[in-house]
Design a protein around this ligand. Sequence first.
Ligand code: SF4
Length: 407
Amino acid sequence: MHDFARKLLQPALRPAVLDYVRWRRALRGARAAGAPEPPMPASGPLSVNLDLTTACNYACDHCIDWDALNLPVRHDDAELFDSLRNLHARGLASVILIGGGEPTVHPAFGEVVRFLKSELGVQVAVVSNGSRNEKIAEVAPLLQRGDWVRLSLDSGSDATFQAMHNPKGRGISLDEICTRAQAVKEAGPDAQLGFSFVITWRGARRDDVRLVENLNEMEEAAARARDHGFDYISFKPFLTRAEAGAEVLDPTQSEQRQEDVRSRIREQLDRAARLASSSFRVVESTNLRVFLDGSWRDYTRQPRECHMQALRQVISPLGTYNCPAHRGVPKARIGGKAAWSGAAAEGVAGTARVLDEFDASRECAEVTCLYNPVNHFLEGMVTGEMDPERALAAPARVDDGSDDFFL
Ligand code: SF4
């Protein structure tokens, strides 16, 4: 899932990546020689995280976007569709409908999925809290192999689910969500259905809020996911926000010794893994793997220039940002929410500016960045350490031979 270099080598993405690398290389050469600077290629991000809304019908204790929820900002639907059409013309290959808020509470959720699938034909993923699975089931017949739906459930028991997620209004139980998730899978059997579990432990905090611990329910959640027809469960460690706004892993937030937390996670993970079968996977996220093996600091050493901010961006009602780890952070802002609409001038200028000005080696020095290896891979080609034609020569497909354009 997170072998991004391999994803960029796929035949459909490789030409745009090659154009990008050639441009950055030529730009550095021109600057060194005092020659005129070459313009950015007529492309845009290949993948976007699209926050449809900041509205949310839960109040999760561990929500990383807490400060940006339920704000009086919204997309202009016509502008949003125009931006997506423009981006598609510039090479957009995938869209993850995610949040900020809960994507299914946006009135145009179904319309947006239909537009992306039926008109643009891009890959689509939905990350949801599961409260309105009927909305996802309505559009699930449009989802194809390569598309996916992932529900953020983070618990094995309803008591923990309620304590962590605080659903508003009439409320909803974990049983109801999982039962309705089966309807999503039946309506769209070709898309992968995932159960997402952010692991929390005693002592972890969001600001002053102490989080409910769910660590002991990993195995129970895996059994629940398997029994309700999910294709996989994926485990990741809790991330918090650093003072400057970036999403970071902070293992020091713990009432127990870090090694004890790790060993309890390993034990639960082993038990969960025994539930895997040919139709059910237990996935350890990259963040969890590096957290458990202690190598997570290696992923905090970024090159100065983050190349992924040109290839993958976040469009939210708050604006357009360079990275999901920096949603809403002023330095990471590429432009307004409609930066890619109209002539896309704001998106182009903002991308070029952020590439020059956003110093990832400093701004992301605390982020366990999943894109760290691919950024160094791209930097190697931009500096000339690697020959891009050769490094990007081998046509590649991901895992099972299907396309995966999500970045
Ligand atoms: S270096 Fe990583 S965390 Fe920083 S902007 Fe780039 S992709 Fe995001």
